[in-house]
Design a protein around this ligand. Structure first.
Ligand SMILES: C[S@@+](CC[C@H](N)C(=O)[O-])C[C@H]1O[C@@H](n2cnc3c(N)ncnc32)[C@H](O)[C@@H]1O
Length: 409
């Protein structure tokens, strides 16, 4: 997908001159996109919108405050005709063509192929794209743009794999899944792949679940690229730490109830000598605790929190496979969750939420009514009964008790 200037995302114009002819809203959009790409921008127009006037006053664009003249195209690397007068736009394009300068009319959906948008040999780059918790709809616009421009995609097992079907033909896809406590590429091998493909002049997207910098080893990959002299960028993603509870209708904060939340890795058990987490401080913090990678250790975590003074009746929710059709929510308490995990066979990936916000989950299910005949069972007794997600297709049984209600299978 081209951006507003028809340049592949992340392309830097490094001071090349973009001439924008016109002073209206389309000219403003073109100038802004050119500035984003680090261009030197010349605007030619007798009058400009306040946005362009502001850019000129700040010295970010040069404004020739007069009607367009052919000589304005001198030294242009790209010309954008944005006068919104078809005849004048056509004249600008014709002048640009005579000079051999790429040009485009700024109209809805416009773009121009500048011929330098794609990386050439020796100038590859790596972009770490946070792709959200699993639903392809939760990747950012920028993330999609990077995928559209990619030559190589190196993908994690928790990234939304549905995005891969939309890649251009010929894109190399490398499965770098690291299954928890299971097989997969070592981090060193992934780092080597990133550097190797970029050195071949390719645009490499490292597609990661959630956000690359939330327990995602993103910085290790950034450092590996930097050490190898490879240009590297990060596109933040929607982290499962917030989004997965949210999709289950559980807010991590709630005014009047809790003023902080803390995201914790459960990868290392509290009694493991290499654990650096102060569980007692967390127990006393009053914050919502969000635990990732905690299926194997949650029983020990709960015991430690209770020993540190957190009430055994503190509500706990476990959201499995969030942002997927298999999303399931299990509600429990701190003293019960360990038993529930072994009894119900909860499996990763799962996010645990510990705190009163679990009971604040009163989002009503607003998904469309089923097309099949209505069930014969009686309706819930109260419209306020806690319900599981109103976003995903899983439905809660009516959880009147916060204890071991298992829902949504
Ligand atoms: C290695 S961490 C990566 C987190 C990721 N970088 C993020 O920001 O979401 C993997 C853990 O994230 C959580 N997780 C990621 N996606 C999930 C999903 N769709 N449903 C439930 N938990 C998820 C689980 O706790 C899983 O064990």
């Amino acid at each position: 997908m081209p951006d507003r200037l028809g340049l592949a995302p992340g392309v830097r114009l490094n001071g090349r001159r973009v001439v924008v002819v016109g002073g209206g809203a389309r000219a403003l959009a073109a100038a802004a996109a050119a500035l984003d790409a680090d261009a030197q921008v010349l605007v030619v127009a007798p009058r400009c919108t306040s946005g362009l006037v502001g850019l000129a006053a700040a010295g970010r664009v040069v404004w020739r405050e007069r009607a367009y003249q052919e000589e304005d195209l001198a030294d242009a690397w790209l010309v954008v005709a944005a006068t919104e007068h078809p005849a004048l736009d056509a004249a600008v394009l014709a002048d640009a063509q005579l000079r051999g300068v790429p040009s485009a009319v700024a109209s809805p959906g416009w773009s121009v192929d500048t011929g330098v948008a794609r990386a050439g040999p020796g100038v590859g780059r790596v972009v770490l794209v946070g792709a959200g918790p699993g639903d392809p709809g939760l990747v950012t616009v920028r993330g999609r743009q990077e995928l559209d421009a990619a030559d190589v995609v190196i993908v994690d097992h928790l990234a939304p794999l549905g995005l891969l079907v939309e890649l251009r033909p010929g894109v190399e896809v490398i499965d770098a899944a690291k299954v928890p406590r299971g097989p997969g590429l070592a981090q060193r091998e992934i780092n080597e792949l990133l550097v190797d493909r970029a050195r071949r002049g390719l645009r490499v997207v490292r597609l990661k679940g959630g956000d690359p910098f939330v327990f995602g080893r993103g910085m290790e990959e950034v450092q590996a690229c930097q050490d190898a002299g490879i240009p590297v960028e990060v596109v933040p993603g929607v982290s499962s730490a917030i989004a997965v509870p949210g999709l289950a209708g559980i807010p991590v904060t709630h005014r009047g109830m809790v003023q902080a939340f803390c995201v914790v890795s459960g990868h290392i058990a509290p009694d493991d000598p290499s654990s650096t987490i102060d569980w007692a401080a967390l127990a006393a913090s009053g914050a919502t605790l969000v635990v990732l990678m905690g299926v194997a250790t949650m029983s020990a975590i709960a015991e430690r929190l209770i020993a540190a003074g957190l009430g055994g009746s503190t509500p706990v929710a476990c959201v499995q496979r969030g942002a997927s059709p298999a999303q399931a929510v299990h509600r429990s308490t701190l003293e019960q969750i360990g038993t529930d995990i072994s009894r119900t066979g909860i499996r990763p990936p799962a996010v645990f939420v510990i705190g009163q916000v679990v009971d604040a989950a009163t989002l009503r299910d607003t998904s469309p009514p089923p097309t099949s005949p209505p069930p014969t069972s009686p309706p819930p007794t109260s419209p306020e009964a806690p319900c599981a997600p109103n976003v995903r297709p899983t439905r809660s049984s009516s959880a009147t008790s916060p204890s071991t209600t298992s829902v949504a299978h």
